[in-house]
Design a protein around this ligand. Structure first.
Ligand code: COA
Length: 314
């Protein structure tokens, strides 16, 4: 451990330095983005944020420990990043030891971390500390300025032939919103990401849908069967200060799978995003989610760098 380094709590003045560190492994993170996320969240979610600074006041590295709705039960999400100029000098170990201790104090059963899939050095570093790779995910992007829905007319016709219609929740009353919150809660644990996890509380689903902040029910698309039954959903969102749309969740109820409904659901989201003037649509995929990967490929999504989710048992 370098005696000239100080490990201290992060203050809002450190956000630019913190953002620069997070952006090393997650491009696009900004100080404003961190601030906006904090403003949306219950402060109790962030359990610890530490900055390691050298004698000149430069940020050497940072760590964070927080609750995370997608983490397995009992797990906390940890982040440890060291500025490449200061790597292999013990900074990572110092930040890691502190985060692990804090995790134990919070009685977490484990930590989940993300590592870029093109950074074998960092993955090896984590593996040497007991991290086990659980999932590989990657982002993919669709250029909306060039997207043409014409080749997919047959998919829409097939849905129409099954008397499936597509709508959204614009102007929906409280009952339908409540029904949708429950519908999403049921769908979440059917995704590869959350299979086996307990059903999310409705408060968590409401947070995901930003019901208390800036909900966009007009961007919550539904596939509806002939009896009015909800067969699937696809959700669009757009983050403040980021000029792209994000397709959060696309899900079809188990009974309606295999009927070609995912693609037309996604087409509605694409149309919504295009209508909103968004030039790009992004989504994240679980590498094991073959049906969704196939749909995205047909639509023309291009894969970007991926991430490993690693778990450390405490
Ligand atoms: C992973 C990461 C945090 C490691 O940071 P780091 O500061 O290089 O970590 P350390 O210096 O503590 O450890 C790196 C190695 O350098 C060695 N080292 C420590 N001091 C050293 C020194 N003075 N001279 C030479 N080597 C040294 C350590 O022994 C360690 O080897 P080990 O893993 O076999 O024990 C960094 O690569 C990073 O920021 N990656 C991107 C973010 C990320 O993916 N984080 C999650 C990882 S699970």
């Amino acid at each position: 451990m370098n005696p000239d380094w100080t490990l201290r709590p992060v203050t809002p003045d450190d956000f630019p330095a913190l953002a620069a560190l997070w952006a090393l492994s997650r491009p696009g993170v900004t100080a404003e983005g961190i601030q906006a996320t904090d403003a949306r969240r219950d402060p109790a979610h962030t359990l610890r944020r530490r900055l390691l600074a050298n004698a000149a006041g430069e940020a050497v590295g940072a760590s964070q420990l927080q609750t995370f709705a997608f983490a397995p039960p009992g797990f906390l999400q940890a982040q440890v990043v060291v500025d490449p100029r200061f790597r292999r000098q013990g900074a990572g170990e110092q930040l890691w030891a502190d985060a692990v201790q804090a995790g134990r104090e919070a009685q977490a059963s484990g930590l989940t971390l993300d590592v870029a899939d093109d950074d074998p050095g960092s993955l090896a570093w984590g593996t040497r500390r007991g991290a086990v790779v659980k999932v590989h995910r990657f982002a993919s992007e669709l250029d909306l300025t060039a997207f043409d829905a014409a080749p997919f007319e047959a998919s829409l016709a097939w849905a129409a032939a099954q008397e499936v219609t597509f709508t959204d929740l614009e102007g929906a009353g409280d009952d339908d919103i409540e029904r949708f919150v429950n519908f999403v809660a049921d769908r979440l644990t059917e995704t590869p990401d959350l299979r086996g996890h307990p059903r999310w509380s409705l408060a968590e689903v409401r947070r995901l849908l930003r019901l208390n902040a800036s909900p966009r029910p007009d961007w919550w698309v539904l596939a509806v069967g002939p009896q009015g039954e909800w067969l699937g959903t696809s959700i669009l969102e757009s983050f403040q200060r980021q000029n792209f749309g994000y397709n959060t969740l696309t899900a079809v109820v188990p009974e309606a799978r295999g009927r070609g409904l995912a693609l037309p659901l996604k087409l509605q989201v694409i149309a919504q995003a295009q209508a909103a003037g968004l030039p790009l649509l992004r989504t994240n995929n679980h590498s094991g989610n073959a049906p969704m990967l196939a749909v995205n490929q047909r639509l023309g999504y291009q894969s970007r760098t991926g991430r490993f989710e690693v778990h450390v048992t405490l």
